[in-house]
Design a protein around this ligand. Structure first.
Ligand SMILES: [Zn+2]
Length: 47
Protein backbone atom coordinates (compact mmCIF):
# COMPACT_ATOMS: atom_id res chain seq x y z
CA UNK A 1 0.00 0.00 0.00
CA UNK A 2 1.04 3.57 -0.56
CA UNK A 3 1.23 6.11 2.18
CA UNK A 4 1.19 9.82 1.52
CA UNK A 5 1.07 12.89 3.68
CA UNK A 6 -2.05 14.95 4.11
CA UNK A 7 -0.81 18.43 3.09
CA UNK A 8 -3.20 20.17 5.49
CA UNK A 9 -2.57 18.48 8.84
CA UNK A 10 0.55 16.42 8.05
CA UNK A 11 -1.09 13.11 8.89
CA UNK A 12 -0.09 9.95 7.01
CA UNK A 13 -2.87 8.66 4.76
CA UNK A 14 -3.09 5.34 2.93
CA UNK A 15 -4.09 6.10 -0.63
CA UNK A 16 -6.41 3.07 -0.86
CA UNK A 17 -8.26 4.05 2.29
CA UNK A 18 -8.16 7.82 2.02
CA UNK A 19 -11.51 9.26 3.15
CA UNK A 20 -11.08 12.15 0.73
CA UNK A 21 -9.08 12.85 -2.39
CA UNK A 22 -8.99 15.32 -5.20
CA UNK A 23 -7.01 16.20 -8.30
CA UNK A 24 -5.30 19.57 -8.33
CA UNK A 25 -3.10 20.72 -11.21
CA UNK A 26 -3.13 17.14 -12.53
CA UNK A 27 -1.90 15.70 -9.24
CA UNK A 28 -3.97 13.52 -6.95
CA UNK A 29 -3.89 14.70 -3.36
CA UNK A 30 -5.15 12.55 -0.49
CA UNK A 31 -6.65 13.76 2.78
CA UNK A 32 -7.39 12.16 6.15
CA UNK A 33 -10.85 13.73 6.14
CA UNK A 34 -13.22 15.70 3.95
CA UNK A 35 -12.70 18.64 6.31
CA UNK A 36 -9.01 18.71 5.39
CA UNK A 37 -9.85 18.66 1.69
CA UNK A 38 -12.21 21.59 2.18
CA UNK A 39 -9.47 23.47 4.01
CA UNK A 40 -7.02 22.72 1.21
CA UNK A 41 -9.45 23.98 -1.41
CA UNK A 42 -10.14 27.11 0.60
CA UNK A 43 -6.40 27.82 0.79
CA UNK A 44 -6.06 27.34 -2.96
CA UNK A 45 -8.99 29.61 -3.70
CA UNK A 46 -7.50 32.42 -1.64
CA UNK A 47 -4.57 32.86 -4.03
ZN1 LIG B 1 -5.87 15.90 7.56
Amino acid sequence: MTKVKDPVCGMTVETEKAPAQGTYDGKTVYFCAVACQKKYEAQRARR
